[in-house]
Design a protein around this ligand. Structure first.
Ligand SMILES: Cc1cc2nc3c(=O)[nH]c(=O)nc-3n(C[C@H](O)[C@H](O)[C@H](O)COP(=O)(O)OP(=O)(O)OC[C@H]3O[C@@H](n4cnc5c(N)ncnc54)[C@H](O)[C@@H]3O)c2cc1C
Ligand code: FES
Length: 347
């Protein structure tokens, strides 16, 4: 099928297969359709259908609340084409400026599922062919028998690689995470599409970093730290990482975070912030390079970095409520320009 999309800047066409969401077909073809979650929740990929026959894959998608059905608007990440189609995309995005590397579909095999806490696990996948990605990006995964793709940020950083790692929090009654925690096993196959996501780290930008992450949101930040350490970014540029979890028993990746801080003790600071607990003395003793605090990570960041926000690029990741309050703090208190705030909201 040929899909034509129009914006105020012009029109562009790309091919799509009947089994693939139109957003994924566009990104695969190098067409920069707007998106955020790529999984039906944010509404950013909305477009107006002008012609053609389409099928909607998820009629209860939360992102549909942003659509005007009387204008024939659809979510491009939840829509497939059954004939040649034309769409109008709001705004004046330049669809021809496609980010690199281009995403593609592939098959992955589960190598290992490693419990990190009672409700967080590391998922290690082996890909049928190598993936190239930029630190901070995510991929979408689909399990057999479960409708729809789920987004997860890559934890490790190596390019190209066939071994990728995710950190996944179990959602009560969540379909994919229920399956992962109770039925999935090494050898099971998944479909993936990626890499996607724009909250990326580019060492050429030569920027001081602030990161605020909640729970499994630390995934993309670990990838950024791994990439930054590999190129010696923190020899010259500071990074302040605030990792929020509820209690001492919800903390994970301390050895990994400690390892980054140990490589650049002058400039790379990690603070673990507990919202519902006091930091244990034993953890303080075992990890002297890591700070431990009680509170919310955006509040501790605001306190610790008061007067030291200028010039930073901020990465936010995790539950939407955390990302929203952190954005508010960064805009109103820290006075960071919106272009320097990059985030992945987990919804
Ligand atoms: C950019 C981004 C990055 C993320 N990174 C991480 C991460 O690194 N670690 C982590 O733990 N979580 C991450 N999440 C959240 C993750 O994608 C899932 O929402 C979460 O794991 C719950 O999935 P579930 O299937 O268990 O729950 P469910 O409630 O069953 O599903 C939740 C999500 O799955 C999708 N979905 C559900 N049903 C359908 C359907 N019928 N058709 C199509 N899609 C459907 C939607 O995106 C929905 O929000 C991220 C989310 C986003 C948007
Ligand atoms: S990108 Fe389609 S709803 Fe978020």
């Amino acid at each position: 099928m040929q899909i034509e999309v129009k914006t105020k800047k012009g029109a562009i066409a790309y091919p799509a297969q009947p089994q693939e969401p139109l957003l994924y077909a566009a990104l695969r073809a190098g067409v920069a359709l707007p998106y955020e979650c790529a999984t039906g929740t944010c509404g950013t990929c909305k477009a107006r259908r002008l012609s053609g026959v389409v099928i909607n894959d998820w009629s209860e998608a939360p992102g549909r609340q942003f659509l005007k059905p009387e204008r024939d608007e659809v979510l491009m990440c939840q829509t497939r084409a059954l004939s040649d189609c034309a769409f109008e995309v709001p705004g004046n995005a330049d669809l021809a400026v496609a980010p690199q590397p281009r995403p593609s579909f592939g098959e992955a095999r589960i190598e290992r599922i490693e419990r990190l806490t009672a409700d967080v696990a590391a998922l290690h996948l082996s890909l049928a062919r190598p993936i190239e990605f930029v630190a901070g990006q995510f991929a979408v995964l689909r399990a057999p028998q479960i409708a729809g793709f789920r987004a997860y940020s890559m934890v490790n950083y190596a390019r190209p690689t066939t071994a990728i790692e995710f950190v996944i929090k179990r959602k009560p009654e969540g379909k994919f995470t229920d399956w992962l925690f109770s039925q999935a096993a090494p050898g099971d196959l998944l479909e993936w599409f990626g890499p996607v996501g724009k909250a990326v780290f580019d060492p050429h930008e030569q920027r001081t970093i602030l990161a605020i992450a909640g729970g499994s949101g630390i995934a993309s930040i670990v990838s950024i730290l791994e990439a930054g350490c590999a190129v010696g970014h923190f020899d010259a540029f500071a990074a302040s990482i605030f990792f929020g979890v509820r209690t001492n028993s919800d903390i994970f990746y301390l050895d990994r975070l400690n390892g980054f801080a140990a490589q650049f003790p002058e400039r790379l600071k990690v603070t673990v912030v507990l919202s519902h607990d006091r930091p244990s003395e034993e953890l303080r003793r075992r990890y002297p390079l890591i700070g431990f605090e009680s509170g919310f990570p955006h509040e501790i960041a605001a306190r610790d970095l008061a007067g030291d926000f200028a010039g930073r690029v901020a990465y936010l990741a995790g539950p939407p409520i955390l990302v929203d309050v952190a954005i508010r703090m960064l805009v109103t208190q820290a006075r960071l320009p919106a272009r320097d705030i990059r985030y992945d909201k987990f919804s």
